[in-house]
Design a protein. Structure first.
Length: 509
């Protein structure tokens, strides 16, 4: 594979405007070399998509054609609608796991209706600006996300290496050797494509019997057609499909936006996350009306396209879908003989290139705050345990939020002094919110303080109603002893919040 960035999550300087222009479709069409890269990248991705789509169909409990057609319609649709060029969207395991109970309990028609509704929900999320929430995902969660997906890619290959003929193992090793060594000689043709072609030719010429793509499931022999789900249009149908549609929408959108952010970092370019959100929704609606199982961004295939193949434009995404359909419908017999060993080796090397090795170096771990490392480990552990990137990311964000609140709470300080008039002055510094202000009441000496007390908040900020309630509780306790309390130094925002809420929150209680 070509040289890959070693730290895909590390901060990078903003890409110059010409970088985005160089990655445009128009620029690629004018450059034969760039266009060749996009075409070959799309072909490699298409080959890698086929067994994945079949296996995800099996997870969802439907005919393999539904996964293959979904991958075609998702890739082609998102090439036009999405906000992140070169990112691959297709049928995914995360989505298949969410909607599998619908197919199992209610049938394919309800499953397709669920996919369509999920797409509509994703479009609504985009309109509501959900994509902007990406700014609240900390770097430690992003690193955990990257490392977890690399681990999941490897885990997904394990079934193809268990209870297989012994010849599979030398084939995998030979494929890895080609993937590692070929880029040192030439990058004119993507190493994954050369690997797939060479291993397929070798197994056919020497009549080597090893598991092939054809063993994963039957390939379709016709084009997808318009499909209208035969379900009653009533509240009962909505009650059945709505929970699964919401789950699919959240999982698919979060995985897609996280993947888009990762590709932004890898390519030093910016993408429109809001457009990506509604593009994913529209692509799922289109996919549903063609009878597909829906999907979202595929991290492994995206890394093949962006890292291994060096693709940068929508051309590769579009061609991935077109090639997939052409291969399974027009060249199904040829595709069926591709050894799974070749695809396993490609995905293993993608995993190696995706993992952020810098994040687990002893020197990095020694310098990194323990809380940051803990968030990364929790994110990885939850993702690997649940096989759900969305659950892992949400858990990581929650843990990061709690640790951040705990850390900030300990930065609050109170210094006691007396001014010239004899008043006791409590100088409070730091961010005052529920975690830091709850124990503020106990920092005052109500019984022994003089008749005048000043609470100086010039070095603090009042962030929430809990803090205002705490300040009210302090003044109430002093008032019971006849002590006058003056609060001073509030900045404009804190003063406005205090003025709006003080006296309305139930006093000390």
């Amino acid at each position: 594979m070509p040289d890959l960035p070693q730290h895909p999550t590390a901060p990078r300087p903003a890409a110059p405007p010409e970088a985005d222009a160089a990655h445009s479709v128009r620029a690629a069409l004018r450059s034969p070399r760039r266009l060749r890269t996009e075409v070959l990248g799309g072909l490699v991705v298409a080959l890698a998509l086929i067994p994945e789509a079949i296996s995800f169909s099996i997870i969802a409990g439907v005919d393999p054609r539904l996964g293959l057609f979904a991958s075609f319609t998702m890739a082609v649709s998102i090439a036009f609608l999405g906000g992140r060029p070169a990112m691959i969207s297709a049928a995914t395991g995360a989505v298949a796991l969410v909607i599998a109970p619908v197919a199992r309990e209610h049938g394919v028609d309800y499953l397709v209706a669920t996919v369509i509704l999920a797409g509509v929900v994703q479009v609504l999320f985009a309109v509501l600006g959900v994509a902007r929430l990406m700014r609240f995902i900390p770097r430690s969660v992003m690193v955990g996300f990257v490392n977890a997906l690399a681990i999941l890619i490897v885990i997904a290959q394990v079934p193809h290496l268990v209870d297989v003929p012994l010849l599979v193992y030398p084939l995998v090793l030979a494929a890895i050797a080609i993937l590692v060594l070929l880029p040192r000689l030439t990058t004119a043709v993507p190493a994954p494509l050369v690997t797939i072609v060479l291993l397929t030719a070798a197994t056919v010429v020497f009549a080597v019997h090893v598991p092939t793509v054809g063993d994963e499931g039957a390939l379709p022999d016709s084009l997808p057609t318009l499909f209208l789900p035969d379900v009653p249009l009533n509240l009962e149908t909505l009650r059945i499909i709505a929970p699964y549609a919401l789950g699919m929408a959240v999982v698919g959108l979060l995985e897609s936006l996280m993947t888009a952010k990762l590709v932004d970092e890898v390519t030093d370019t910016h993408s429109d996350k809001t457009r990506e959100a509604w593009g994913q929704g529209a692509a799922n609606v289109i996919t549903g009306f063609f009878g597909g199982i829906g999907g979202c961004a595929m991290i492994g295939q995206t890394m093949i396209n962006v890292k291994a193949s060096g693709a940068r434009t929508r051309i590769s995404t579009f061609l991935a879908g077109v090639f997939l359909l052409a291969l399974v419908v027009g060249l199904g017999d040829v595709v069926a003989v591709i050894p799974m060993a070749a695809l396993v080796a490609v995905m293993v090397m993608v995993s190696v290139g995706t993992f952020d090795w810098h994040s687990v170096r002893p020197s990095t771990l020694r310098r990194m705050p323990k809380s940051e490392t803990a968030v990364m480990v929790v994110t990885v552990a939850v993702v690997v345990a649940t096989h759900n990137l969305a659950i892992g990311v949400v858990t990581g964000v929650l843990v990061a939020t709690l640790l951040f609140a705990r850390r900030v709470a300990h930065l609050t300080d109170v210094v006691v002094s007396d001014d010239a008039s004899g008043a006791r002055v409590y100088t409070v510094t730091g961010a005052l919110f529920f975690a830091s202000s709850n124990d503020l009441v106990s920092r005052f000496d109500y019984a022994r303080d003089p008749s005048e007390v000043v609470v100086d908040l010039s070095g603090a900020q009042v962030w929430d109603a809990s803090t205002v309630a705490t300040l009210d509780a302090i003044t109430t306790r002093y008032a019971r002893r006849g002590t006058t309390v003056t609060i001073r130094g509030l900045d404009d925002v804190s003063a406005a919040r205090h003025a709006r809420l003080t006296g309305t929150l139930g006093g000390e209680g």
